[in-house]
Design a protein around this ligand. Structure first.
Ligand code: G3I
Ligand code: 9MR
Ligand code: ZN
Length: 473
């Protein structure tokens, strides 16, 4: 088994950078894409919660088992064992909704480009004959099972009430843990990703695959009988909210995924009823309809003649056309017109859309726009910053990420949020006001709204890198 020491955890891609105004270099992009897959994938391993990370695999980011205490169901005297899963971001919360976006990105990436995913990421499961990305996703799914109630409903999150100090190691966060109420967004997303996982793990572990499908159906039946339950932080709780006022897209995603997993007409007719055209075609932690479309068009069950599949393909192409138009008009070579918190995720979601549209109808135009987006992430942007930690001189050195702050060194392979025109933290307000939207980014540990990292930002990056490595090989 490959061992990774403190010294050689610095990834091989150190020093690579696609600079500001640099001509779009196909060869350089191809090399960089290849070399980024492993460190970007390893970030998930390094975010593991509830287990000890051994120095042989984690180097300076090793830690004893963290967050293993039972968590109190908020407002009750009941305690649950909900250890496991990945820490969400620069904080140590575990939130079902963004976790499911991450799982969906990774499972779709594996389906689209399995050859990009090795069994050699240098994680404890490396060399077990299963692609490491599937080992990582299974780690998350094992935690998700624990977040489901017997009646099928899925708790929204498990966190403390507050965030710990920025230099706190995972094992240092020992404040009380709470499990927060069931939401229908979490339940719909859970049902969907479990249904996506079932066929993918069937040949690896039949018992596990069946467990995924049972959990998915259980969640789905809860949803069918539940009114929308949206989550809001109770007073006194300030950890991430991931609130979502509309659960129609999560219900749609679940119906599409269960149709794919089972072939049952019941789910297809629900999906058809829940379909909302372009309105449900987005990707994001709050906008999961696009994943419903993606599982429908990409199989494994092909329904070429089906009305819904036809509409979904047409929606995907129409969205890709719009993204191309905006990209071609933009002086930055990207499709987003506003820079929200996590802008890098939004533009990589568009990149993923372009690559999916290219599956449906091969188009050099889609690919050119996709490459232009990835080049922006890799340094061809107004700041000349490569937004992935460890990827060269211009990459972020001070991410708002607790294990990095504690180690005094940026964990490699993490995508930062990027410019946020809303100036949502004090450092951004103080240092960035007056700057153009695309330059409202600062490599400061204080700037959680521009320089934090998150599993569901890395997942879409990894999805894009895996597909691009195939295209640019
Ligand atoms: O949806 C509105 C849109 O209608 C409006 O036009 C726009 C302009 O202000 O705002 C949009 O809302 C934004 C929302 O995300 C949805 O995109 C908010 O401005 C923005 O502040 C909000 O940011 C989220 C942030 O948490 C604060 O809640 C980020 O998406 C989300 O990624 C981030 O997640 C945090 C967790 O809470 C805690 N863990 C770390 C993680 C990453 O920073
Ligand atoms: O560190 C927190 C980060 O992970 C969150 O994304 C962010 C927004 O919820 O909040 C950060 O915590 C800050 C808190 O909200 C306000 N006081 C300063 C904290 C940063 O250390
Ligand atoms: Zn933990």
């Amino acid at each position: 088994m490959e061992s990774i020491t403190n010294q050689d955890i610095t990834p091989a891609f150190y020093g690579m950078h696609l600079g500001k105004n640099q001509a779009h270099g196909g060869i350089q992009r191809g090399l960089m894409t290849q070399s980024l897959i492993k460190p970007v994938g390893r970030m998930f391993y390094l975010q593991r919660c509830g287990v000890a990370l051994d120095a042989a695999y984690a180097g300076v980011f090793s830690h004893p088992a963290c967050h293993t205490a039972p968590a109190r169901v908020f407002g009750t005297d009941t305690f649950l064992h909900v250890s496991g899963g990945w820490h969400d971001a620069g904080d140590y919360g575990r939130y079902v909704v963004p976790a499911c976006k991450a799982v969906a990105d990774l499972l779709l990436a594996f389906r689209a480009a399995p050859e990009a995913f090795g069994d050699d990421w240098g994680i404890p499961e490396s060399g077990n004959g299963v692609a490491d990305v599937l080992d990582e996703v299974r780690f998350e799914l094992e935690w998700l099972f624990k977040m489901q109630r017997d009646d099928g409903g899925v708790y929204h999150k498990v966190t403390c009430a507050y965030f710990p100090d920025i230099a706190a190691n995972p094992q240092d966060e020992t404040a009380d843990l709470f499990v927060f109420p069931v939401s229908t967004a979490a339940t719909g997303d859970f049902s969907a990703v479990m249904a996506m996982a079932a066929p993918l793990y069937e040949s690896i572990d039949r018992t596990f695959s069946k467990k995924c499908l049972r959990a998915s159906v259980n969640a789905y039946e809860f949803l069918k009988h539940s009114k929308p339950l949206s989550f809001h932080n109770p007073s006194g709780v300030i950890t991430g909210e991931y609130g979502d006022e509309t659960d129609a897209d999560e219900r749609y995603f679940a119906a599409c995924a269960l149709y794919q997993a089972t072939g049952q007409a019941y789910y297809l007719s629900d999906a058809t009823a829940l379909y909302q055209g372009g309105r449900s075609a987005d990707f994001g932690w709050a906008d999961m309809g696009g994943y419903g479309n993606a599982v429908l068009y990409s199989g494994p069950r092909i329904c070429e003649d089906d009305f819904l599949a036809g509409r979904v393909r047409a929606d995907l192409l129409a969205t890709a056309e719009r993204i191309c138009e905006r990209t071609e008009k933009s002086t930055l070579g990207i499709s987003i017109t506003e820079f929200l918190w996590g802008s890098n995720m939004y533009l990589l979601n568009h990149t993923m859309t372009l690559l999916m549209a290219n599956d449906v109808q091969a188009s050099e135009r889609y690919l050119a726009a996709a490459r232009s987006h990835l080049d922006y992430i890799l340094g061809n942007n107004p700041l000349g910053v490569n937004f992935i930690t460890g990827a060269g001189d211009s990459s972020p050195k001070q991410p708002h990420h607790r294990p990095s702050a504690a180690a005094g060194r940026a964990m490699p392979g993490m995508l930062v949020g990027g410019p946020d025109e809303g100036l949502h933290d004090l450092a951004a307000k103080t240092l960035l006001s007056g700057k153009p939207a695309a330059e409202r980014y600062i490599d400061s540990v204080e700037s959680y709204s521009t320089n934090e990292t998150a599993i569901y930002w890395n997942s879409v990056l990894l999805h894009v890198l895996a597909r691009m490595s195939k295209l640019d090989a």
